[in-house]
Every structure is written in C-alpha cells, then in structure tokens.
Write a protein that binds this ligand. Structure first.
Ligand code: FNR
Length: 183
C-alpha cells in the first residue's frame, strides 16, 4: 500500500533552499510514499476568535489535507534559532479546535537546513517540542541537519551526491517509520 505524506515547507520565498530540499527529498523517496507539498502561505494568523461555526476556509482545507495524510514531513529553515513563524502558525492552525487536532498520532520526521554550519539544529528541535504535545511519533534517527545548503544546488538540482545518498537513506527510514506507526 502507498502512504500519503503531507510535506510542509517552512519558508515562503521563491528561491527557498528549504523548498528545493523538500523537492529533492520527494524525488529520492521510495515509491511507497506519495508525497505532496501542502501550501501554508495562505493561512491567516491563528486567532481563536475566528474559531466559529465557519472558520476561515483556508484553515478548514488545511486541516482536511493533514487529516487525510498518513504522515507528515516537516522541512524547515531556522529563524533566530527557532522555527519560522509561518510554520508555527500552520502547526497551530492544524492543532485546533481543542481536542480535534489534525496532527494527532501522525508519524512524522523533521529536516532542517541552513546556509550556515549548524544546519538549523535549533529549528529542528523547536519543532520537536510541539510534536511531543501533539502526540506525533517523530523519527528520532537518522537526524537531518543540512548545513551549507547554499552550496548544494545547481539551480533547482541537487548536485551534492553525498547529500543525495543521505536524503535517500533518510526517506527509506522514514517510510519504515510511517509503516510502523500507520493505522
Ligand atoms: C535567518 N537565517 C538564520 N540562519 C540560521 O542558520 N540560524 C538562524 O537563527 C537564522 N535566523 C534567521 C532569521 C530570519 C528572520 C531570517 C530571514 C533568516 C538565515 C536563513 O538560514 C536563510 O535566510 C535561509 O536561506 C532561509 O531559508 P530558505 O528561505 O532559503 O528556505
């Protein structure tokens, strides 16, 4: 059986390295995973006052997309040693109404990156803090902190063969992880 994976990208900019990395992960993933980027750019900032009988349609659609996924792959840059607000907002939107979080129980993995040397370690673990509360089994190992990301691409093409091999292994482990926690 194939498993549907929602891919979240924590950067909105056009030439985002995070999005390039996410697309590279999708390309090397085993065929049992059906990966799709779920857009988070149109989600209004979470406001509990809008949690009425008719919440913003973008929230409802996003929650639906997460609910129908078998797993989630978080790809993120690091902003001020933490996760970007846009990704935190998506996590918050998907976590409500209280008791009806779309995330609950979904197996997931986190890939962080940075042009810098630390590979977004702070962002990676800030996300994991949310995942504990959301009760999402998060793959512990392998970890993915992709440093020096600006030098890894030729346009949109991943040119670093070592990184490509690592991403492939990462996605194989993730497929196993999803299978173990599915249903
Ligand atoms: C950054 N950047 C950054 N990098 C890092 O390694 N650690 C950090 O804490 C931060 N903080 C930070 C804050 C803000 C507000 C911005 C805009 C940027 C740099 C960041 O890694 C770089 O801009 C990446 O290219 C962003 O990822 P995308 O957009 O290429 O996916």
């Amino acid at each position: 059986a194939t498993r549907k994976i929602a891919v979240l990208v924590g950067s909105l900019r056009k030439e985002s390295f995070t999005r390039k990395l996410a697309k590279s992960l999708m390309l090397v993933a085993p065929p049992t995973l059906e990966l799709e980027i779920v857009d988070i750019s149109q989600l209004p900032m979470y406001n509990q006052d809008d949690e009425t009988e008719t919440p913003p349609v973008t929230w409802t659609e996003f929650r639906g997309r997460i609910r129908e996924a078998d797993g989630v792959l978080f790809c993120t840059p690091e902003y001020n040693r933490s996760l970007p607000g846009v990704l935190k907002n998506a996590i918050d939107v998907g976590s409500r109404p209280y008791g009806e979080a779309a995330w609950t129980g979904k197996p997931c993995a986190v890939v962080s990156n940075s042009p810098g040397a630390l590979g977004g370690f702070g962002a990676n673990h800030a996300i994991r803090q949310c995942l504990v509360f959301l009760n999402m089994p998060c793959m512990q190992s392998p970890e993915a902190y992709i440093g020096g990301v600006a030098g890894k691409f030729d346009g949109d093409t991943l040119k670093d063969e070592g990184l490509k091999t690592f991403l492939q292994q990462f996605m194989e482990c993730f497929a196993t992880w999803v299978e173990r926690h599915a249903d």
